[in-house]
Write a protein that binds this ligand. Structure first.
Ligand code: 26Q
Length: 849
């Protein structure tokens, strides 16, 4: 008996070739009447609901299936167009795809937004309500996962043959609640109601091996080969989600793998008479894709995480190799010309040894041929500068879970170190530094080095980040292979982050510039002259005001705090991390509060009312990040309940920050907080979303902030449209070992007052000592994030911002110029650069639109 219900019986049809007849169908209609007919049919016949149905669940899913039909149709055409053109493909391998909601974006890209609204209207439904019904697909932590989602949108829009490969987690990023000023994590069972966007493809199920051992054997030709035996296998079942390009007929695919137990797995245990054990074993297998790890800096050593990483790498490579075999047989001589894998950080970097294993053990290639193919198809993107976030796996754990891969890694290392020794004879220190194996009491595999050695391209995600990588973390490798290293500055898709999330701005841009900006964001440049037009500024300000009202509504609903849309909306939303310095932000808020409390009219005479919003999730095990959330909540409580403060200052912590929340937040923001310690934020992408929506940045010279500021300078000839503060990356480095925060605090009256308030227990009257760990961190000469060092210059920059905001015409001008200068930060540009310099794919038009 099989207890496996996930993999169907895939008996082939007995008739010779039914496919042409089966697929001969006219294209589905795209008019209002076509949509209403399909929605009705899904609702009534497929779901079997009727006039007594009260929930919006079935209307929503009926609409989604109606759209999915049209997406599938185009996905098939796109696939045939790629096949007929015989073009090279790229595969984006990522443990995270933070897709958020799909409905609004699908309608926009299919060009069905107005048609669908009308169809639903005829059916007595409101599109807005159905859109709000959709649960975010939160299959990612933050920037890296959302970047992958934006990349897919741009690749489809550019008609590039790119496919995403990821994991179909049952539970995405946890849901965050605040209880008693503390973060509480609830599971995010986003698939409970099912996702109607995806399509299961059990016929492409792959088998993944774990554990067991390897042995030599002689094949039929008498050649010595290696096989991986006695392994515990798990099945990988793919689910495809369509990724539509913007109104171009192209629909690419995101393929997510889900784990299922094998039949033998069940049967073996069952025959031994242990039914409960067999069910337990099945569960263990399916656990692999149960949950996303909620850490955005690596949590090292968790075996399940390595299982996930190998699961993705192996299933995806097998998928591509089997497709190759189907079309080209086992001749791999042209494989590297036709295929490319982009590794989203080191998370999928098992792909390097796995590619070697598949080519050598399964397809019988020689080492050198396999290495040639591997190193000409793999490309690696790094997303972090923090050395502690570089992935390492203990050799012991790695060898236990993936014995064949560890052997291959050792062999790669032997070849590699030979090359290093040839280049630098006698430099044994360098050999130890560069080895893929970090020696020590507990030896580790260095995944970043494995990815570098196995790839033909290594890139950072902003200019500064790429520069710091080759000077610091990867210096030795840069000296060996300078031409491998390159920069690809991140971006975001303007389809989601302007057109979808800011319909009022979209309207104003369309009227002013036409709609070319939707696919050529540089067009926004033409906004610049309008910044001097008072009439246009009024329109711009009205749009911003309406968006601030929408954001204020969200803040009231989710935080219970009243934000006045006339105040300066000052926003920092991103993962909670010490290097991102939410703490510096709170210290500034405390400083403003303390100024208001002195009652000295000289200090408050030209006051700019300010609403500060902070949101983001802390990794569940990150103690100090969680304590910072508590501090924000406690300070908010004191300020918001003080009648002497009134509307002049508000602070709110927004719980459960996520993609769909950002769609409301970015359009309603005036001031974008990008205040990481210089040299620590690889790029940032929230900074770009805010800029496009006309927020002005207060930021350090870090990550893509530098390029944001440069684009503004290029456009306007001055740096008046960015509030710059803080130490530079070089100055931060130079501070090491010579940092005395206590002296800085003593020398600064404002900072002293802030620390005194904090230390007096003013914000934690009933919980003495609550903020001790935070106070100690600020006062520590070893504080790597230099909070005290940047306080003065931050407060000064905030004062410049407050003053600027009082001049509404001037502020609006700055806001327009920020949008106007944001053209570079489209992922369309980013993808064109990846394609021109790494992938080298041809764009292929699909036949219909
Ligand atoms: C690794 C191992 C085990 C468990 C978790 C992880 C893990 C998971 C996610 C490590 C890192 C991440 C995510 C990192 C991330 O989001 N980095 C951000 O990437 C953005 C896109 O390039 C940049 O803009 C941000 O600067 C960078 O912080």
């Amino acid at each position: 008996m099989s207890i496996n219900h996930r993999t169907h019986n895939m008996r082939p049809l007995r008739v010779s070739n039914p496919t042409t007849e089966l697929f001969a169908q006219p294209p589905l209609g795209m008019e209002v009447a076509d949509l209403t007919a399909d929605i009705r049919r899904y609702f009534g016949n497929f779901y079997g609901r009727d006039k007594y149905c009260r929930s919006s669940h079935y209307p929503y899913h009926s609409l989604v299936l109606t759209l999915r039909d049209r997406l599938m149709e185009r996905a098939r055409k796109t696939r045939f167009a790629y096949e007929e053109a015989g073009v090279k493909h790229a595969y984006y391998l990522s443990l995270e795809f933070l897709m958020g909601r799909t409905l609004g974006n699908a309608l926009l890209n299919l060009g069905l937004d107005t048609v669908a609204a009308e169809a639903l209207g005829q059916l007595g439904l409101a599109l807005e309500e159905l859109i709000d019904n959709e649960h975010d697909a939160g299959l990612g932590n933050g920037g890296l996962g959302r970047l992958a989602a934006c990349f897919l949108d741009s690749c489809a829009t550019l008609q590039l043959p790119v496919m995403g490969y990821g994991i179909r987690y049952e539970y995405g990023m946890f849901r965050q609640r605040i209880e008693n000023s503390r973060q509480v994590e609830d599971p995010d069972h986003w698939l409970r109601d099912g996702s109607s966007w995806e399509l299961e493809r059990p016929e492409h199920t792959r088998r993944i091996q774990y554990q067991g051992r390897t042995e030599f054997f002689r094949d039929a030709q008498g050649k010595q080969r290696v096989r991986w035996i006695d392994s515990k296998d798990v099945l990988a079942v793919p689910y495809d989600t369509p990724i539509p390009g913007y109104r171009n007929g192209t629909v690419n695919v995101l393929r997510l793998w889900s784990a299922a137990a094998t039949d033998e797995f069940d049967l073996g245990e069952f025959n031994a008479g242990s039914y409960p054990e067999s069910v337990a074993a099945k569960n263990a297998a399916e656990n692999i894709t149960m949950v996303l790890y909620p850490n955005d800096a690596s949590e090292n050593g968790k075996e399940l995480r390595l299982r996930q990483q190998y699961f993705l790498a192996s299933a995806s490579l097998q998928d591509v190799l089997e497709r190759w075999e189907l079309h080209h047989g086992i001749d791999f001589s042209r494989f590297a010309e036709q295929n490319c894998f982009q590794l989203n950080d080191t998370h999928p970097s098992c792909a390097v040894p796995e590619m070697m294993r598949l080519l050598i053990d399964e397809y019988n290639l020689e080492w050198d041929a396999a290495w040639q193919i591997t190193t000409h198809t793999m490309a690696y993107t790094n997303h972090t500068l923090l050395p502690e976030a570089l992935e390492r796996w203990s050799v012991h754990l790695f060898g236990h879970l993936l014995p064949r891969l560890l052997e291959i890694i050792y062999e790669i290392n032997a070849h590699f170190l030979t090359e290093v020794a040839r280049r630098w004879p006698g430099d044994t220190e360098r050999l130890a530094r560069m080895s893929l194996i970090e020696e020590g009491p507990v030896p580790h595999v260095r995944m970043a080095y494995l990815a570098i050695v196995g790839s033909f391209s290594v890139n950072g995600v902003a200019a500064l980040h790429s520069e710091l990588l080759v000077q610091g973390l990867f210096r030795d490798f840069y000296e060996l292979w300078p031409s491998k290293f390159n920069n690809k500055t991140n971006g975001v898709t303007q389809r989601r982050w302007v057109a979808g999330s800011n319909p009022l701005l979209r309207q104003l841009l369309d009227t002013t510039l036409g709609n070319a900006w939707l696919t050529r964001l540089d067009e926004l440049r033409r906004l610049a002259p309008h910044a001097d037009d008072a009439g246009f500024r009024d329109q711009w300000q009205t749009v911003k005001y309406r968006n601030k009202e929408r954001l204020a509504k969200l803040v009231l609903r989710d935080c219970g705090v009243v934000f006045d849309p006339n105040a300066l909306f000052d926003v920092q939303v991103k993962r909670i991390h010490e290097y991102k310095r939410q703490l510096l932000n709170v210290l500034h808020v405390i400083h403003l509060y303390s100024r208001l409390k002195t009652g000295d009219p000289a200090l408050t005479k030209d006051w700019t009312s300010r609403c500060v919003l902070i949101g983001g999730k802390a990794a569940p095990g990150y103690f100090i990040a969680k304590r910072i959330i508590t501090l924000i909540c406690k300070v908010a409580e004191v300020i918001n309940s003080d009648p002497t403060i009134g509307n002049r200052l508000k602070l709110a912590f927004l719980p459960n920050y996520r993609v769909s929340a950002m769609e409301i937040i970015a359009p309603g923001t005036d001031l974008s907080e990008q205040i990481s310690t210089a040299g620590k934020e690889a790029s940032g992408t929230g900074n770009m979303k805010f800029m496009m929506n006309g927020a002005i940045t207060i930021g350090t010279l870090d990550g893509a902030n530098i390029e944001i500021r440069e684009e503004l300078i290029k456009l306007t000839g001055n740096d008046d449209n960015f509030f710059l503060f803080g130490l530079t990356a070089d100055e931060v480095e130079a501070t090491r070992g010579a940092y005395d925060p206590n002296a800085l605090i003593a020398a600064d009256a404002d900072l002293s007052r802030v620390m005194k308030l904090l230390e007096s227990g003013h914000f934690n009257a009933f919980e003495p000592g609550l903020f001790e760990p935070i106070i100690n961190a600020i006062r520590s000469p070893h504080d790597p994030w230099l909070v005290a060092a940047d306080f003065r210059s931050f407060v000064d920059a905030q004062e410049r911002a407050a003053t600027a905001y009082r001049d509404r015409a001037g502020w609006t001008r700055m806001s327009i110029l920020n949008t106007a200068a944001s053209g570079k930060f489209s992922t369309d540009r980013t993808m064109q650069e990846y394609n021109a310099e790494i992938w080298k794919l041809s764009s292929v038009a699909s036949t219909s639109t």
